[in-house]
Design a protein around this ligand. Structure first.
Ligand code: F1P
Length: 346
């Protein structure tokens, strides 16, 4: 089997996968709608690896849109330290898992139920597997299933489902309507920036990849970092944007590629960080909806017209391609990363 064939296909098929995921959400879900609008005191997102990172962004979106307190915890923390995670009150748990079979996520759900909580939602790609079968409610992205170990279209499609859930709870029709236009920017984005992802991947001077994001973009920066690590076995790190100044910047050299994923609300402050990194000798790649005034060596301009709480899925494809091409360049197989399995079963 040709190296990387699945990963490449899965990255490039995201536009159509998102369209079918969004289409599936237009089917009336009256029972889900009534239930998800209950007066929650708190919403907890949980998952492992990519789906934990998804949870970080989803919690930021959820709280911003609904005003309801939301947080994300790795499933192992909820499973092993429930007293440090759960509080009294009306709680909703949202368990996110591509496979629906990750042991820690299933244990976290067991613990949640054992402590007399029954309201939880599964977001997953497999309707016939344990997580979805047991869940009182589920949102499925079955067209996003993958053959590769590293999550690409599954991540972005489940992300859209989590955005949808936030819009439903917040009764925010404008937000829900805007989600429908996320796929529109995909094809142009890939067409325009795939050569840049390939060019940067071929640049052997670059040996250290730093992904920066704040607010809703922090989880996305972590996910982009994980892709780089999993697929290409490169040194990659992620930080809250302004946190990078507080120590980690000491590692910057001319071999560092700083990837800044800018957030509408914080962009002026974030641009100052990028400028400082350039002054310290790093190469800077900036990603934003419009890029005119950004201090950067390279830019990815999304041009979606959507805000930061909406356009998240569009921040990833070019970075997934960067990881894919770096992996190919190193003679690795991005479909089957070293030491990894698609599901961790304990
Ligand atoms: C979560 C996950 C993946 C990761 C790894 C092992 O799986 O941590 O994010 O790439 O290969 O599993 P899931 O619960 O979302 O299926």
């Amino acid at each position: 089997m040709e190296r990387g064939i699945h990963t490449y296909k899965e990255i490039l098929s995201q536009g159509e996968t998102w369209r079918s995921t969004i289409q599936s959400m237009t089917v009336p879900q009256k029972e889900l709608k009534d239930w998800i609008r209950k007066p929650w005191d708190e919403v907890i997102f949980t998952g492992c690896g990519s789906t934990y990172y998804l949870s970080l962004s989803a919690a930021a979106i959820w709280q911003s849109i609904t005003g309801i307190r939301a947080r994300a915890v790795p499933a192992s923390e909820l499973w092993l330290f429930p007293e440090a995670v759960l509080t009294a009150g009306n709680k909703l748990l949202i368990a996110v898992s591509r496979s629906g079979e990750t042991s820690e996520t299933l244990h976290a759900v067991n613990k949640f139920e054992a402590l007399d909580n029954k309201d939880w939602l599964a977001i997953t790609c497999y309707g016939e597997r344990e997580l979805a079968l047991r869940a009182p409610f589920r949102l499925l992205a079955e067209r996003a299933q993958e053959q590769s170990v590293a999550q690409t279209r599954s991540f972005s499609s489940m992300y859209i489902l989590s955005q949808h859930a936030a819009g439903l709870t917040g009764n925010d029709d404008n937000y829900l309507a805007n989600l429908a236009s996320i796929p529109n920017a995909f094809e142009r984005l890939i067409h325009k920036y795939e050569p840049l992802a390939n060019e940067l991947a071929q640049n052997d001077e670059l040996q250290h990849f730093v992904f920066l994001g704040s607010g809703v973009n922090f989880g996305l920066a972590c996910e982009a970092m994980l892709k780089m690590k999993e697929m290409s076995l490169s040194v990659s790190e992620s930080f809250h944007f302004l946190e990078y100044r507080h120590g980690p910047k000491s590692m910057v050299t001319p071999s560092t590629l700083v990837i800044g994923m800018l957030n509408d609300r914080a962009r002026n402050q974030e641009m100052k960080v990028l400028e400082e990194m350039q002054d310290m000798g790093a190469i800077v790649l900036a990603i934003d909806d419009t890029v005119d005034d950004i201090p950067a060596d390279y830019v990815v301009e999304i041009q979606s017209g959507l805000n930061s709480l909406e356009r998240g899925p569009l921040l990833l494809p070019v970075l997934q391609l960067l990881a894919y091409y770096r992996s190919m360049e190193k003679g690795l197989n991005p479909d089957r990363p070293k030491n990894l399995d698609a599901v961790v079963v304990l």
